[in-house]
Write a protein that binds this ligand. Structure first.
Ligand code: ATP
Length: 226
């Protein structure tokens, strides 16, 4: 077992994260979390991966191409953040296990691959498509989300088993299979649901999402009642 997170040939393995979501629309809760994760876990990159067809929820009202365009507008040239359209290239439901498999193939077996999810999404992990496969391919890092503090169900606890570690160092000792729960410095109680609701009512969404995303929404007339 290595103690300094180096691979067998002595090179420091890449640390890559995937933050998947509907991004309907992307907001500062997503983007600030991604930047703080980059710093806190010393990641090389965070791939932001919009779902083409989210498997666990109603189809979004805004098409995948527009959600991707908003994500690209919001990310701009932020260092370390990658707008990743791999789920738009696949037909059928967008399973995270499939996206992690393609990232694993791209970065190789030594890379430290992390699937990032908010605590609300984590609470449903046991009902996902092939959750054990997720842990074969990646670590899971769960971020606190204000207003989503509920406890784990018995079946989620069973899925987690002995996987939980308490430090990034322990997590990155291996390429996949661990669980780390962390609180980021800036916890933002922002949700896409609340943003859609505000837009529908004609209320302001200023400073809840990047200005470029707000401009795109206004130009395209998204989320407003017809
Ligand atoms: P909705 O309100 O439509 O459900 P959302 O705001 O939860 O959307 P998603 O695109 O569903 O956004 O979220 C993608 C991922 O980002 C999920 O893992 C979710 O838990 C996480 N996330 C979303 N908003 C925040 C936030 N404010 N802070 C931390 N994590 C977040």
């Amino acid at each position: 077992m290595s103690v300094n997170n180096t691979s067998q040939n002595g090179a420091v393995p890449a640390r890559i994260a995937m933050l998947g979501g509907t991004f309907d629309p992307v907001h500062l809760g997503h983007l600030r979390s991604a930047v703080e994760l980059l710093e806190m876990l010393s990641l090389d990159r965070v791939h932001l991966v919009p779902a083409h067809v989210p498997p666990h929820r109603q189809a979004p009202g805004v098409c995948a191409e527009q959600r991707l365009a908003m994500l690209a507008a919001g990310v701009g040239d932020t260092p370390g953040l990658i707008v990743d359209d791999r789920e738009l290239q696949r037909e059928g439901p967008s399973y995270s296990a499939d996206s992690l498999a393609s990232l694993r193939e791209a970065y190789g077996g030594d890379a430290r691959l992390v699937m990032v999810i908010g605590h609300d999404a984590f609470l449903k992990l046991d009902s996902w498509h092939r959750p054990e496969r997720v842990f074969e391919l990646a670590h899971v890092v769960v971020i606190d989300r204000p207003g989503h503090e509920a406890a784990m169900s018995a079946s989620l606890r069973e899925l987690i088993g002995q996987r939980e570690v308490s430090t990034p160092h322990a997590l990155f000792d291996s390429p996949a299979g661990g669980l780390l729960r962390i609180g980021l410095p800036t916890r933002l109680a922002i949700s896409a649901t609340a943003i859609r609701q505000r837009l529908k009512e004609g209320s302001s969404v200023r400073y809840l999402l990047p200005g470029a995303v707000e401009d795109y929404i206004q130009r395209q007339g998204l989320y407003q009642d017809p």
